[in-house]
Design a protein around this ligand. Structure first.
Ligand SMILES: [Zn+2]
Length: 376
């Protein structure tokens, strides 16, 4: 029991200042030796008290003392080595001390455990990484002109030849009849967040589009004000981007222009859709109603579902061209599908979104030698 408690005490000591325990532990041996070697002749009581030797030991010591006296003259020092073997009774008491000592010495061997501390020390240099400037739509250090310099991965933002968005000149499009897009959409539970640049709705399984016999799942929906894409030099009041991705990583983004009045966007040919915007778009209204109060915090309101089909115009004809993501890292190889017919929303809805995000658009990019197809 006592040994156990000593061991615990030793452990506790070892846990704390391990080096200190190692140092204080050693001296405990040293005093033991001197206590035995102390001039017994002058103060016989000391060894007795320390070792509590038996009466036999007293006799042994007396005999040794006599021998010493007979052999030498001058100072008489009686060493434990002068005593016959039986005397080292003190060993009986010294042993426990040695045991404790061994334990005390054994414990310090545990300190290797603190090695993880070294790892922590290694982690300390991690914080220093240079502060990264977040990209933004506003001119400045993180603005569109500097996107490429913010990160190595953003090079295409500057040197890419197939960047988005672009200005579509409706008279210069290549008209054709191709296979239409199949929208395999169905209602799903709403989950959205305000990422500081737009309001983004998470996609859900079993919502796909099929384009040229290739299936792309709906990854996310977000909104821009005004629209990023322009027609004949003019942007719509807003646009929705429905981002789709195939398993191989290739992306198709469906852009739907949103507006409440033809006055604000004369570039769109199908003006008939722009008159008398008196009804809220139901999906957009649900999104606006559930925008989280705090940015970068996902909200998944209970039992609130949206039907992505409500973001699509009845007329599914479109323009298409090859472009890129319109935000860093500006990855190219994105197939853009821009619905020709805008989505009708109310001025109030446009205004409400503007209270959350405004001018969250990338500047127009050169079309270069790319062609824009008009599918009807
Ligand atoms: Zn977008």
């Amino acid at each position: 029991m006592a040994g156990g408690s000593i061991a615990i005490a030793a452990e506790e000591k070892a846990k704390e200042p391990s080096p200190t325990t190692a140092q204080t532990a050693k001296p405990t041996i040293a005093p033991a030796a001197p206590s035995i070697a102390t001039p017994v002749s002058k103060n016989p009581a000391a060894p007795v008290a320390a070792a509590k030797p038996s009466s036999n030991s007293d006799q042994d010591m007396a005999e040794a003392l006599v021998k010493k006296i007979s052999k030498s003259s001058g100072d008489i020092v009686l060493r434990s080595s002068d005593l016959p073997p039986p005397y080292p009774d003190p060993k009986a008491q010294a042993k426990p001390e040695v045991k404790v000592e061994k334990k005390a010495e054994a414990k310090p061997k545990e300190p290797p455990k603190p090695e993880p501390i070294i790892i922590i020390v290694k982690e300390e240099p991690a914080p220093p990484p240079p502060p990264e400037i977040p990209w933004t739509y506003v001119d400045g250090p993180g603005g569109p002109k500097n996107w490429a310099t913010l990160r190595k991965e953003n090079q295409l933002c500057e040197v890419g030849k197939m960047q988005s968005p672009i200005n579509i000149i409706t008279d210069n499009t290549v008209k054709g009849n191709l296979s239409p897009i199949v929208f395999e959409y169905q209602p799903f539970l709403l989950s959205l967040l305000d990422n500081g640049r737009s309001v983004e709705v998470s996609g859900r399984a079993n919502n796909n589009i099929v384009l040229n016999e290739k299936k792309y799942r709906l990854v996310a929906i977000h909104f821009h004000k005004p629209s990023e894409e322009a027609f004949n030099g003019e942007r719509a009041e807003m646009s929705a981007h429905l981002v789709h991705e195939h398993y191989d990583g290739s992306k198709v983004i469906v852009a739907v222009l949103m507006g409440s009045s033809s006055r604000l966007f004369d570039g769109v040919p199908e003006k008939k859709w722009w008159n008398n915007a008196t009804q809220d778009n139901p999906l957009f209204q649900i999104v606006l109603s559930h925008v989280p109060l705090v940015r970068n915090q996902v909200a998944s309101p209970r039992n609130v579902a949206i039907n992505p089909l409500q973001l699509l115009p009845e007329d599914r004809t479109y323009y298409t061209y090859m472009g890129s993501l319109t935000e860093p890292p500006c990855t190219e190889g994105v197939t853009w599908i821009i619905m020709k017919t805008p989505l009708l929303v109310t001025p109030q809805q446009i205004h409400s979104f503007g209270q959350i995000h405004n001018n969250n658009v990338r500047p127009l990019q050169p079309q270069g030698d790319r062609i824009v197809k008009e599918i009807r």
